[in-house]
Ligand binder design. Structure first.
Ligand SMILES: Cc1ncc(COP(=O)(O)O)c(C=O)c1O
Length: 460
């Protein structure tokens, strides 16, 4: 069955009938006076409106003092939970010690983080550079891949999100009317994420479905492809996993056809394993991008990869050297937070990852049991701490599966019902839920109890 897709349009069509409290209304009114829509990121505009004022571990508190168990984790960085004390302390200590953003020469702490990543993050990382956001980092990875291959075109995934910049901001959640039915081999029309971009004019970006190797081959026959950039698990339309052999197939095609394989591990890195999903699936990309969980909520992103590839960033010939610059690149506060996060994860990896996976399993089997008992068609797609409940028979393999089969209305009604009960699943259909190491079995059981009650209510 076809349901309206998620996103602003669906939310706008489906406004909640709730009256904000006085405190929330005042906050919204003040912000909307001075900031367009009152919020500096389109993805944070939600219905029902909520303004959070405090986060600690697995919990958030809103402006009216109501507590929520948080499964949003601010779009996933808080793998160690909100305001994780050792990381916060590291960020404060670095300033107290007199470190600053010197803006000239190398910094000690940057070298320390680079060494830590290259030595502790097994696999793809022999050299790294630091940027502030995932978007800056994917933008640099694209430039780097072009400089290395001397080709201009690249392939992205329908349903993947790789950042907000001109080159990549397209085709995340689209309707069938937008992109048409599944094609393979082939490519989808470009659908920019907003106005004011040149992405359609340059024609360097090619969109295919995830899990479709034939379309990679098809495009490589038509264009000089510099890189395929993909999240190894699509985690911006829930949790869409690679089919067995798919990532290995991409690796093989990259070697055969001469493009670079870039894993965007902004969401999967450090959340699924210290070495990212790459270390779990055994596929080594040429370049990898990390962000989010690498600094547990502080703004830091990383591009890393093979030494010879990364060294293009300091190529002796300026015409072959991609431009890497940023006033705040390697800011000591974010770098200190990342050092503390990575050291903590490295020291505790053998307990943390299995513990959070066990919580994920508890959530998954609880949701499946509730759905079965209530006669609702549902599946849970999950990788460790990241999970998504789809109201459809089988876990999706690409965006088309979702837009054709998922029950969006039920998804939204459930999310809103949970919010009313103090469980924060962000009210955007299919969005991934994220457990953290701060969540407990009691949090999960509370969530399942509410899930059961709300599902019962919305089905009536
Ligand atoms: C997979 C992926 N890549 C890149 C980005 C962009 O990162 P940022 O929002 O830090 O610019 C995101 C953000 O959600 C993401 O999920």
């Amino acid at each position: 069955m076809y349901h309206a897709p998620a996103g602003r349009t669906a939310l706008d069509e489906n406004k909640m009938d709730t009256t904000p409290s006085t405190r929330l209304a005042e906050l919204l009114a003040r912000n909307q006076t001075y900031i367009p829509a009152g919020i500096s990121s389109a993805n944070r505009i939600i219905d029902p409106p909520i303004a959070f004022v405090r986060g600690s571990g697995a919990h958030l508190w809103d402006v009216d003092g109501k507590r929520y168990v948080d499964y949003h984790a601010a779009f996933a960085p808080y793998f160690l939970g909100h305001n994780f004390a050792p990381v916060n302390r590291a960020a404060m200590d670095v300033l107290q010690a007199g470190d600053s953003l010197f803006g000239a020469g190398p910094s000690q702490i940057e070298g320390r983080l680079a060494q830590l990543l290259c030595e502790k993050v097994a696999g793809p990382v022999e050299k790294v550079v630091f940027l502030n956001t995932g978007s800056e980092a994917t933008s640099f990875a694209i430039k780097l891949s072009r400089a290395i291959t001397e080709r201009k075109h690249f392939i992205v995934m329908q349903g993947g999100y790789n950042g907000n910049h001109d080159e990549l901001a397209c085709n995340v959640f689209n309707t069938l009317a937008d992109i048409g039915p599944r094609v393979s081999p082939g490519e989808y029309p470009l659908r920019p994420l907003g106005a004011g971009t040149t992405i359609e004019d340059t024609r360097f970006v090619h969109v295919i479905n995830f899990n479709d190797l034939e379309s990679v081959r098809y495009l490589c026959r038509r264009y000089p492809i510099a890189a395929v950039i993909t999240e190894p698990i699509l985690q911006n339309i829930g949790v869409v996993k690679p089919q067995p052999g798919y990532l290995q197939g991409l690796r093989k095609l990259a070697d055969e056809l001469g493009f670079l394989l870039i894993f965007d591990e902004v969401k999967t890195g450090f959340r699924h394993a210290l070495g990212g999903y790459s270390s779990l699936c055994g596929v080594k990309p040429d370049l990898v991008v990390y962000g989010k969980a690498v600094a547990n909520g502080f703004p830091l992103a990383v591009v890393g990869g093979r030494r010879d590839y990364m060294d293009f960033a300091s190529h002796p010939d300026p015409r072959r050297r991609p431009f890497l610059a940023g006033t705040y690149n390697g800011h000591p506060v974010a770098v200190a937070a990342a050092v503390s996060t990575v050291e903590y994860l490295a020291a505790h990896a053998s307990e943390l990852y299995p513990a959070v996976d066990a919580l994920g399993k508890r959530m998954e089997s609880g949701i499946l049991e509730i759905a079965a008992r209530r006669g609702v068609e549902a599946c849970v797609a999950r990788q460790g701490s990241a999970f998504a409940c789809y109201f459809m028979r089988e876990a999706p393999r690409d965006l088309h599966d979702i837009i054709v089969n998922h029950n969006f209305e039920l998804d939204m009604a459930l999310r809103r019902g949970l919010i009313a009960e103090g469980v924060f699943f962000i009210p955007i259909a299919t969005k991934q839920c994220s457990l953290s190491t701060a969540h407990t079995a009691a949090d999960v059981d509370f969530t399942l109890e509410k899930f059961d009650q709300v599902l019962g209510r919305v089905l009536r």
